[in-house]
Design a protein around this ligand. Sequence first.
Ligand code: BES
Ligand code: MN
Ligand code: ZN
Length: 489
Amino acid sequence: MKSIKLSKEITSSFLVVGLAHSNGKLIVESGLAKLDEKKIQAILANLGATGKADEIIKVPYTKPETIIFTGLGESSKSYDHEALRRAAGAAARALEGQKSATFALPANDLAQISAIAEGGALGAYSFTEFRGSTKKEQKAVLQEIEILTSLTSAEAKNLAKRAGILAKNTFIIRDLVNTPPSHLTPAIFSTRMKKIALGLGLKVEILDERALKSKGYGGITGVGQGSANPPRLLRVSYKPAKAKKLIALVGKGITFDTGGLALKPANGMEAMKCDMGGAAAVIATVFAAAELKLPIAIDAWAPLAENMVSDNAQRPSDIVSIYGGKTVEVLNPDAEGRLVLADALMRAAEFAKSSGGLDGIIDVATLTGAQAVALGTRTSAVMTNDFEFSGQFLTAAKKAGEQFWPMPLPEELRASLDSPVADLANIGDRMGGMLVAGLFLREFINPQTPWLHLDIASPAFNEAEPHGYTPVGGTGISLRSLICLLESI
Ligand code: BES
Ligand code: MN
Ligand code: ZN
């Protein structure tokens, strides 16, 4: 996707129009575009159109040459922004191979323009890097998005620009998640991100396996020790001059999770290339925050390791010492995310001390299979020690159009993490496994610091069909919510 612009006139030969339904009737939502309603209703009736979300109907017309009807669902006086976002996204996906399209959807206020711009931009994504001889057969994504609206103020243009920045950085996450572990080791992840960070004028620090070991990062070292691709700890910091607040973002960065000696079944293991989705999300979020010039300081941390099987791999019963000295008995080497996160959470708080401490800390992780059992494949979980902070986040997520839901940290589950030989075990009760993982992480959080734990295990990677603006593979979940949150702080 190259550009998003606002226009009062239709300049493209492809017109995207919304199609809704109400009491069995089809409602054409073409915004400022004037169409021959009678003719269109007849065509749509013949085609059996329903106006349901994710329905796309391409119709030859006269001027413009082609109309792409995109389902909005139940008709409304003021459409839900996420319905607009998804309808625009589904249309953008259907316009693969085209240079430009005019989006004539209800765009009567700034938030609607924003939603159409975001959805359209997010839908114009493909991942073709590893298509060899079949690359030529791949169509290019839609290049130019024109939004038909009478609002072309500077503010509206700024929102279109913001949408472009959100999409571009979401694509960084999707690309990283889609890149297989053969081509994305902890070292490659760090150097690739360093390059982008330096281009944006951000500060970068990368600790290699020797530094990690000597400085006491037992979690990252332990998880990474079974792999020929050694671990890293990446930090990217954004510190605008006028910043009054400092937030730390910490993302799980397992470039591949075999389960280690608790080896996962071969069937489905390929999806574990997504296990660095949290790390990708926090790094891309700090990039987006910098591009948007948000007046808030951010340290993004990515503890990166590959969880492999070898003669060097962690054994069940090994004890590791997390940064700061707390010890953990590794009962299950497949519960590796919490180990690398523990190191990074401790370091993030320590690092912020010299700047007056953290105003909040947020971890993002593809942490547990239990997340999908509890909430399904599209809804992520939020756990917290501060309900004001989680409330603020949930409001931001709603605005961003990402599905997050609050989950508890029941005290009675905490004891299941006790170990007879170390300060803590890395697994506890199986029931409520997502919550137990959250309770584990809480052990590495200063109770005074507002903290959010986002479990994005299943929503980070779409293994089903594409829908709305969401492709198959990496989704880029949590960037937009985090940016909306950071904008609100
Ligand atoms: N990376 C997985 C969690 C996961 C599962 C992410 C499915 C995405 C999709 C994590 O490291 C893991 O293996 N968790 C274990 C924890 C258990 C051993 C306590 C799990 O959920 O089974
Ligand atoms: Mn695992
Ligand atoms: Zn994992």
